[in-house]
Design a protein around this ligand. Sequence first.
Ligand SMILES: CCCCCCCCCCCCC/C=C/[C@@H](O)[C@H](COP(=O)(O)O)NC(=O)CCCCCCCCCCCCCCC
Ligand SMILES: Nc1ncnc2c1ncn2[C@@H]1O[C@H](COP(=O)(O)OP(=O)(O)O)[C@@H](O)[C@H]1O
Ligand SMILES: [Ca+2]
Length: 587
Amino acid sequence: MEETDLRLESSLWVGNKRYRAVLTGWHFNWTEVDKKNIDKKTISVPVAEVIGVEEGRVEILPQKSIEDTDKDFTVFYVKRSSSGSSYGLLWRLGRTQFSCLSRVLRDQWTKHLRAALKTHSPLRPNRLLVFINPFGGKEKGRKIYHSLVAPLFELAGISSHVIVTERANQARDHLLKKDLTGFDGVVCVGGDGMFSEILHGLIGRTQQEAGLCENDPAATLQPCPLHIGIVPAGSTDCVCYATVGVIDPVTSALHIIIGDSQPLDVCSVHHASALVRYSVSLLGYGFYGDVLAESEKHRWMGPLRYDYSGTMVYLSNRSYAGIVQYLPADPLLSSPRDRTRCLSGCGVCSRSTERLFSHSSDAGSLYSSHLSQFSSDTEGEWVSVEGRFRCVSLTCMSSSCPKSPLGLSPSAHLADGTGDLILVWDTHPLGFLKFLYRHTSTQDQFDMPFVEVHRVKAVRFSLPPEKEEEAYEEIRGSSGGIDEEAGYIETVSRSGSQVSLAETGTGREMTKEQKTTTPFLCGLCCSKAPAVSVWNCDGEILPTTEILSRIHGQLVRLYARGIEDGAAMHNCGEENDKCDSRYTLHK
Ligand SMILES: CCCCCCCCCCCCC/C=C/[C@@H](O)[C@H](COP(=O)(O)O)NC(=O)CCCCCCCCCCCCCCC
Ligand SMILES: Nc1ncnc2c1ncn2[C@@H]1O[C@H](COP(=O)(O)OP(=O)(O)O)[C@@H](O)[C@H]1O
Ligand SMILES: [Ca+2]
């Protein structure tokens, strides 16, 4: 046996085979001895990916059982496998039972492995606050947590305080008001809507404590100190898919246990000097807004409601007038059409960390000058376009999800402080269908004459003056002659009205003001098309149409590491732009 401060080396047995086991600073390796050189295979587990070390011969499936022998110990660790349909890798719990020559040696191994774990995984949580939405997705949140996740947390020695929500916004309110001391992170068992609640709670709480005003679009917000873990149990599960690469509760639980850390850009949405909401995945007007509004009527269908509503809205064949203004990001840093992907260890994102946090006060003043001089922009950086759009979408990340494995913007970055603005100009129905369909494959959805994509730092959307007037007309008309049965869905902003998060509620229900006189799906059955659509903000309907949104780089951190490329399972060990070929989109 050899032992130094962190290193330990000895013979160990697995079954009746002898191995040479070595614990170096960062890795735990074991290689079969007594075998011809050519066949020698080393199993190497990064210490950061060890889940737990237990004395004796331990099983956790189908139930935890311990055979308390004094020369044995069991190591649990992360094991990867390809996920088949998804781009990311599935993580599973690996387990190996080792036997030593003596109890003293066994105790040395367990002591060293546990000490190495502490040293190499500083962000591993000890205590977690878990929110379960029992009604998300297929209503399996409770079962998923208790049967798949809780046993892993227990094995890893994590204590958790579990709250099964009884109403919408309970998790958000808890995070805004209750004592959070002692918690290292918050776990969301649910979908994108539930994640959004937790996001709002944590960002709001952090700004309250820092004395910062969330309403000011120019404010440099304080990053949240608590990590968020997502256990997918929703309908779209886009945030989970885009940050982990698979929708799999066990994979997510293992990322949480080892304390992985993935920063995430967040977009704040404002109206008339007030914060409306935050968004991380989709802020979409037109098609995606209409799909969400329609889908709310069919919640009983579960996740299928989006396909049904998508088809109905597609058939209604609508476009909307609007003025879009945007502040482009530095084109030298990256481009939404550079055909690279943001993957685990992304070089573009790590370089952004430096840029985002080294001169945060300068960045704040730069933004304030841009945002306040918005209408008379002297620096000429803002770009303005006007016309009719099928949809206007802003996404801070790729927004990949099982429906669209590469996402709304396949080359967007999770943590570069920018978002991608996608403008789909009005076009013939088949063209738009082709655009939608390309989201399901690796075909470039931006390579179409009626589509534009821009990497941006801020976006403003407003209605052309005549449409604003029409929108008012629709509201006025609505007080007298709404045909409720025809289904009225449109949101109309009331210029100058102050909208705060507290007033917007869950955002999933329509407020009175949001109903207008124009029947939904009128493209199919009647002549008059609605003047305005609604904004879909990560699955919530916004109560305003005219908005100003701004990207806040790396405002929150998730227990994740970005997508690990299944096609490149080799251990590169380099920052990923050194292995760029792996990160290029395949045609
Ligand atoms: C023809 C096939 C078209 C497939 C088009 C796929 C585009 C998918 C882009 C998905 C972006 C997802 C961004 C995430 C949004 C979520 O935050 C948010 C909330 O999720 P939650 O309920 O789980 O909490 N989800 C959503 O707003 C759902 C948006 C989903 C839009 C899907 C639209 C499906 C369209 C099907 C059209 C079919 C046309 C067929 C015509 C014959
Ligand atoms: N106990 C509850 N009852 C009703 N709604 C809830 C509850 N808990 C959370 N919600 C709300 O349900 C909405 C949808 O939840 P989510 O978990 O995202 O599922 P889905 O992906 O199916 O939409 C969220 O907006 C959230 O605020
Ligand atoms: Ca981004």
